[in-house]
Design a protein around this ligand. Structure first.
Ligand code: G
Ligand code: MN
Length: 281
């Protein structure tokens, strides 16, 4: 296509290369499968625990998983952008939120003698920007009968760029119902401290890249301590994500962190395995 375009002279279009064509076809194929998986409720929501310094279960993060019949596990980093580009993100987000809230409600019913932890759910950038966002969250809460005070929505710094007033208004109106907000992957995006101060958030999650390098790299260690100090100063909770070893947990504890999440404690688990490990034990 390129040679053809060159031969034809300037100001002509060059059409897709076979490689590009193939990539596009693959994406469309994957999108079709995703659409089907969603329609047939084959997307799964897994749960990863968050623990405090006494090893008490204080929270659980819901994580969407897609097990493709041929391709195996497809990471959210691959299919969320696809869903965002195709308009599938709206029903997909609703499914995850609804499912996670329903699971927590089931825990409340099935394990009346246990303290059921709060639930964190990730929000996609596109979903958050939509006018319907607040209504969508309210609807999922209403459908499941869940108490908004146990829900934390995780948003990322990059989602906060743009119309601050609108962002604050959205968050505020959900906050009034009891929903809390957390900043996920903190430190990797657009960090304006002035911004953080204005937003109605209750928690910061230290990005796992800092946690994972803090033992080898003094710069990462300083960043981690700084984020913890900042959070405490602003009276925000701070959760370290990606805690993979005891050494990392100890270093975080020494830096003043009290809330942890990561493979050292547990990988994300399907709901039934989570039940078994944390509520039936
Ligand atoms: O963007 P967010 O922080 O929500 O991403 C969560 C992702 O991180 C999940 O896909 C989860 O499986 C993964 N994860 C959770 N704990 C760990 C960990 O200890 N190490 C690594 N490498 N990934 C983790
Ligand atoms: Mn998250």
């Amino acid at each position: 296509a390129m040679y053809q375009a060159k031969e034809a002279g300037r100001n002509t279009f060059s059409f897709f290369s076979p490689e590009m064509q193939q990539q596009i076809e693959e994406r469309m194929h994957l999108l079709e499968h995703l659409r089907q998986a969603l329609a047939e409720h084959r997307l799964e929501v897994w749960y990863q625990p968050q623990l405090d310094d006494q090893d008490r279960l204080i929270g659980v993060e819901a994580l969407v998983r897609w097990r493709h019949p041929d391709l195996g596990m497809i990471p959210p980093t691959r299919f969320i952008p696809l869903a965002e580009e195709s308009g599938l993100i709206e029903p997909l987000s609703h499914f995850v939120l609804h499912q996670a809230l329903a699971t927590r409600e089931r825990w409340v019913r099935d394990f009346p003698n246990q303290a059921i932890p709060r639930l964190s759910v990730n929000v996609s950038a596109l979903q958050f920007r939509k006018d319907s966002f607040v209504e969508q969250v309210r609807q999922a809460l209403a459908e499941t009968g869940a108490d908004p005070r146990h829900l934390i929505l995780e948003i990322t710094e990059s989602m906060l760029v743009g119309d601050v007033e609108a962002t604050v208004a959205k968050m505020q109106s959900l906050k009034e119902t009891g929903v809390r907000f957390s900043i996920d992957d903190f430190g990797t995006g657009y960090s304006s401290l002035a911004y953080i101060k204005r937003l109605p958030i209750s928690e910061i999650k230290i990005d796992r890249s800092f946690v994972q390098d803090m033992l080898e790299n003094p710069n990462d260690s300083v960043l981690v301590s700084t984020i913890i100090g900042l959070s405490h100063q602003l009276k925000l909770d701070v959760v370290a994500e990606g805690v993979e070893t005891k050494a990392m947990r100890d270093a975080l504890l020494a830096s003043g962190c009290r809330l942890f999440q990561g493979y050292f404690f547990s990988r994300p688990l399907p709901a039934e395995d989570f039940d078994q490990k944390y509520f039936r034990a």
